[in-house]
Ligand binder design. Structure first.
Ligand code: 7TS
Length: 425
């Protein structure tokens, strides 16, 4: 195969309105890590679905906490402990505001989306599920929204039902309706697929599930960083996301749940902080959110997450979404212009994921060639093996966008793919 891509001046439908929603070149200055060379080329970071880079505001918030305020939270009367507690709780309020939760007590700090999903499966599932019950997920879930339900299923005999999707990567909602039944106890669904980019119709899913009294859990790992997410607007019952995909630190994330559900759920882990009183005979649990936060938490992480949210709010999630949508269209059109590149995932409603497959070369080899040119993408199954199976491919190359990416980054990617074609023909 020798066909070269069209040049950057080709008519690729630059949507000037969306692309001017923010100035990525100015915002890049907030991200020190982006200003470096990798393998002798300027770094082009297109692995944002795996983790995003951190603005200086986040790095400073974490560093200031350790430089000035480090102490354990909720335990000390001394000044540092009070400062740490105030900052830790202020960050919780930032999370509440960011996802429009009714109360900060419904926001539970977790390690990330994975822990949020495990918490709900373990705590809600063990209390309310029994043999023969069913949990509905979709065919495009990350493994973290499959395996916890599967483990629970083996333990107590629940069945996993899976909503399939079409070739474009869109859920078959008729199938969803037909598998929703009297035995369904939970619907747990990804908001935006990390492998395909598909943005799922959460409102419609919630409406159908709630009509049968079934709660809905939303995996918002890939949506919260890229669009405004309003838990009340979505109507969901639980929602989890990871700080590190939201320009914040690793090791921290949030689970939001409706207070009436969380109040009735048993603790997930136990120890300090989650109790009100302990005797050898009996323990009385703490109130929300502390009931679910056993042990010393990731205080610096929470404060860093709060700083990331404030940073994003200063740009505006609407603007970020408009810009990334325009950049996605640009990227899709450029990639479609390359013969031999097959885009995986072309849903109508889609976020900034450019997953592709080329018969000419294995995704890992493509990834290596791209890395040699300073371009960071992820190759593999993206912890969504059933998605790969659905398309009959072992893996994809995935470029995933953030607001600090620009059309030059896409052009560099396209040029590097041309190099792949040269090498592998
Ligand atoms: N759900 C989705 C949709 C994800 O994309 C990920 C991570 C997770 C859950 C788990 O998040 P964690 O922060 O708890 O690990 N996705 C990816 C990815 O696409 N590449 O690396 C991690």
């Amino acid at each position: 195969m020798t066909t070269r891509s069209r040049g950057p001046n080709a008519d690729v439908g630059l949507r000037a309105d969306g692309l001017s929603a923010i100035d990525p070149n100015k915002l890049r200055d907030d991200f020190p890590i982006l200003h470096q060379e990798v393998n002798g080329r300027p770094l082009v970071y297109l692995d944002n679905a795996a983790t995003t880079q951190k603005p200086r505001a986040v790095i400073d918030a974490i560093s200031n906490y350790y430089l000035l305020n480090n102490a354990n939270v909720h335990r000390g009367v001394h000044t540092l402990s009070q400062r740490a507690t105030d900052d830790y709780e202020a960050a919780r309020e930032s999370v509440r505001r960011f996802i429009n939760a009714p109360s900060a007590d419904e926001v539970i700090y977790v390690r990330g989306t994975t822990e949020g999903l495990n918490l709900v499966a373990s705590s809600y599932g063990r209390k309310y599920f029994s043999a023969g019950d069913e949990v509905i997920i979709t065919g495009m879930e990350h493994h973290s929204n499959i395996v916890p339900w599967q483990i629970l299923g083996k333990e107590i005999g629940i069945k996993l039902r899976v909503v399939p999707f079409n070739d474009d990567g869109e859920l078959l909602m008729d199938e969803f309706e037909s598998i929703l039944n009297d035995r369904t106890r939970m619907v747990s669904v990804v908001h935006q697929s990390n492998a395909l980019g598909t943005i799922n119709p959460i409102n419609a899913i919630v409406e159908l599930a709630h009509a049968r009294g079934v709660p809905v859990m939303v995996d918002a790992a890939q949506s919260v960083p890229h669009m405004p997410v309003d838990v009340q607007g979505l109507g969901a019952d639980f929602l989890a996301f990871s700080g590190h995909k939201l320009y914040g630190p690793t090791g921290i994330g949030a689970l939001w749940g409706r207070a009436e559900l969380l109040n009735d759920m048993p603790p997930y882990q136990s120890g300090g902080e989650m109790i009100r009183s302990v005797t050898f005979e009996e323990t009385i649990y703490n109130t929300l959110p502390h009931k679910f936060e056993a042990g010393t938490p990731d205080i610096a992480g929470a404060i860093g997450l709060g700083a990331a949210i404030e940073y994003l709010e200063s740009i505006g999630m609407e603007r970020i979404a408009a810009y990334e949508q325009a950049l996605l269209k640009y990227g899709e059109e450029r990639l479609r212009g390359i013969e031999g590149v097959r885009l995986i995932g072309s849903a109508q409603e889609k976020g900034g994921i450019l997953s592709f497959y080329m018969d000419a070369a294995h995704p890992h080899d493509i990834g290596t060639i791209l890395d040699a040119q300073g371009i960071a993408v992820r190759t593999g199954h993206h912890c969504a093996q059933p998605v790969m199976a659905r398309y009959g491919i072992p893996a994809t190359v995935r470029a995933s966008l953030a607001f600090y990416n620009n059309t030059d980054d896409i052009d560099a990617l396209v040029k590097a793919i041309d190099r792949v074609i040269e090498v592998f023909g």
